[in-house]
Design a protein around this ligand. Sequence first.
Ligand code: DAH
Length: 343
Amino acid sequence: MMNDKPLDLHSLKREFHEKLHRAVSLEELEEIRVCYFGKKGILQDLMGALRLAPKEKIPELGKEINLFKEQLAVELENKKREVEERQLAKSLEKEIFDVTLPGKARLRSHPHPVLDVIEKMTEILRSLGLKEVHSNEIEQENVNFDLLNFPLDHPAKDMQDTFYLDDSMLLRTHTTTFQVPMMRLHSPPMALFCSGRVFRNEEVTSRSHQQFSQIDAFHLGKGVSLADLLSLLKLFYRRLFGDNVILRFRKSYFPFTEPSVEIDISCIRCGQKGCPICKHTGWLEVAGAGMMHPNVIQAGGHDPAVYTGWAFGMGVDRTLMLLHNIPDIRMLWESDVRFLRQF
Ligand code: DAH
């Protein structure tokens, strides 16, 4: 066909257009594509025929065929898009979307409320300039008790109150255990805190559990005073519960502090009008604190004649119960999704 009537690209193109015009589905377009662009397709034939053309005409003819090929490809692609759009429009016409149908809510996970409140509380401590450190849940008995100036016969050391793992190791009963190891590791001044779980061999009731969380902090340095501690705690509780919170300090006793105080805040539930949460006293007990005992500073490897320090320890679970009005501490550990989902 080449030699006498070299290349009738015109009529080929017309034919192509006719086919394209008739096609209404993607399947038909695919047939056309194979017919022209396939391995045994018309364009392939043209290239074969080109080899038989007179030598001097080959470059020009080659160019023409390539151009032809490009045009066909563009037109095929355009038609394809047109068909796709038409199909989409048709299916949208047929399908009915009921926008009033209720959606399916996906369950999203989030931190456990205890972790969440620890994060809130520790973030405030960080913003007040204290540095966070970590401490072991399994601890030596003497770190938990003796080095914190507990007398040998202190009732807390009793097997009945503490989970002993063997003769010398136990599950820490408070996060105050971090004090001596940290003092041995660092030199003053240091203002540190740690948070974590503590364990006590107690009866489980709505108000006490065998496992709960605490945050402990201390500041050891020259001239550190009880007044520093009291103003820091005021800032802390105001940031946590709001500016209306009033603090009260009551004289107390802990082996590792002297003097020792118990910290109460004005009831955040009733604003001191009296409610079951504050047992109608208007006050809530939230932390223990005091000046670090000279024996403890000494056990930490520092001279209590040179350095003084304040310390405090607070319960996390109680704080959480206050914040969310949770009546029973056991709910925190029952892994009931209906309860946890509320946070
Ligand atoms: N460890 C005490 C407890 O578990 C709380 C405590 C009181 C910690 C006074 C302190 C402190 O650091 O100075 O009840």
